[in-house]
Design a protein around this ligand. Sequence first.
Ligand SMILES: [Zn+2]
Length: 365
Amino acid sequence: MLLAAAAPAGATEPAREFGEVVDYPLVFPVGGDATVGDRSGFWDGRSDGTHHAQDILAPKLTPVYAAATGTVVYVNYSRNPAALNPERCCTLIVAHDDGWESWYIHLNNDSPGTDDGLAWGIAPGILPGTRVEAGQVIGYVGDSGNCDTIEGCPPHLHFELRDPADVIVDAYQALWTAEQALRAAEGAAPACTPAGVAPLAYLLSGTGLLRRGDSGPAVYELQGFLKLRGFDPGPLDGTFSSATYQAVQTFQRRRGLDADGVVGPATRGAILSLTQQSRFARLVADGDALVQRERGPRVRELKRWLLLAGYDPLSIGPRFSAATTYAVQAFQQATPGLAVDGRADLATRLALARAIHLIWPGDCP
Ligand SMILES: [Zn+2]
């Protein structure tokens, strides 16, 4: 039986049975080419009963997305942000705003290329109490927990879905629908990595004043730039909010400018001079790929971009480490149209610039 789900919180929900198949609206929770596979998984036997979940196979470090908008309630079964049970890394539970829950088990706990159990496969900033949007990166696929001790257990996401009465339902149909929607969207809107569009093109080419209340491409790029340089402009939504105003003022003070919170010629000039520094300019213009074992300021800048986009290279040093390669690969896997080779070529870097709001998405054909 299929049931329409997602009744608003507080409305009367039908009583469901353990293992009932539901068609609940989800974002497909795993990136890359991952697929829900066959539907047998829910009732598979396990030593402690039935499996009661769907397993989605994917390479280690493939991004895992929040299946619905809500709040992270448990990290490694802890509700306490100060005590995250690292020995039980890495699991997450998200409470959806409509009272349902999704569970994410076996997230990565290994340093790239190893099975050492020393890594933290939960995305930066994801803690008990963190609000997450559907589709936001919350972690990375791995083989932690009992998968680590089972011979031949491949990296995968173990995904459980619970209704507001805490009944575990079979998410197969919901995942299948979400996967179809994802593939259709990919077919309709192929990857967009506009080689001809320079980062901050709108922001730096404009001549007018940008101020509180303004909106549009230049403000969108301004917010991306501020965030990248460590100032908090609030939500990256292209609207010049009071948080954006305060971030502009802080930026102006640091650069010795009149801190009026208005972006005019002097502030544009300061932004331009920062983007002309080679670490930035060569990242967005040079044709050669950055690859593992390279070093230098361009690599450090690349790692800042990866971190801001939600792909943690584990350190922001000048060396293109194995962890950097994995972060680049994870980003490439999540971005249709990019070769998944761990090399930060120009197409990858421009796609990254789009991901961190340095390029207005409206420029995509
Ligand atoms: Zn499982």
